[in-house]
Ligand binder design. Sequence first.
Ligand code: ATP
Length: 276
Amino acid sequence: LVRVEAITVGKELLTGRTTNTNATWLGKRITRLGTTIGEITTVDDDLGEISMALRSSLSRSSDFVIVVGGLGPTPDDMTLRGVAMAVGRGVRVDQRALALMKDHYARRGLGGVVFTEAREKMATIPEGSTPLRNDVGTAPGAKLEVGNSVVFCLPGVPSEMKSIFLSSVEPEIRGKVGTLHRSKTTFRLEGIFESDLAPMISKELREHPGSYIKSHPRGLREGVSRIEMDVAVVRKEKRDGDAEVGEIVDHIVSRVVEKGGKLKQRKGGQPVRRGG
Ligand code: ATP
């Protein structure tokens, strides 16, 4: 399985001033590719914290680590230095990164812009890394290979992060994962408690390795317990995945019916054959 991790950097994410929408967006996007993010860490704008988080991700043999935020011109933007520190490298002004920035300014009619120290900082990337074109903002991203892992550093501004992810990161992950299809369904059960459902879920997870089966309690209505269920599998063929999801749902529903519960509704996929 391809392992992806993300590190989101920024004090504002820890204090709650900014909602970490980049983490949820990356989670969804990467899941859609047929793999999952194994871990998302959020750290302060602090060299030691950034570097420790990256070392820790690399120690888990992550294939891809996506580090987001802190690429800007201000002193609290220190992600690239933290990343370099984690892998025992230095940082240096990269001519290709400067060229990308010059191009960015020129496209906005700001060809004469002076490369102050603060601007040059955005082109200062870890030794051995490749700058990534930012079509939306100023700071280029960076890609760095470390052993068998690839580390991507992306800006924190959501539109910039998404743009570089789609152009430079997603194709690489897709290439490693291969083309896989994710089959999934969501359905609602009534009249069963989560604790009675737990052993049924465990049984299906054992019988369908790699499947995702999750219950989300939705509270009681007139004393009747309601639970929303997500079932997903990732398989090479859509046909096989859809059939397996159908099988899992059938098994769970028939056991729920035996326990006196019922299937309330199902979104997407084929109608479920009722058991019991
Ligand atoms: P730039 O190069 O444009 O300065 P940056 O890489 O320095 O970007 P940050 O300074 O970390 O990015 O954040 C810029 C903006 O993006 C801030 O308004 C911040 O709140 C927002 N932001 C940063 N990280 C996230 C995140 N994980 N989710 C949502 N918004 C974020």
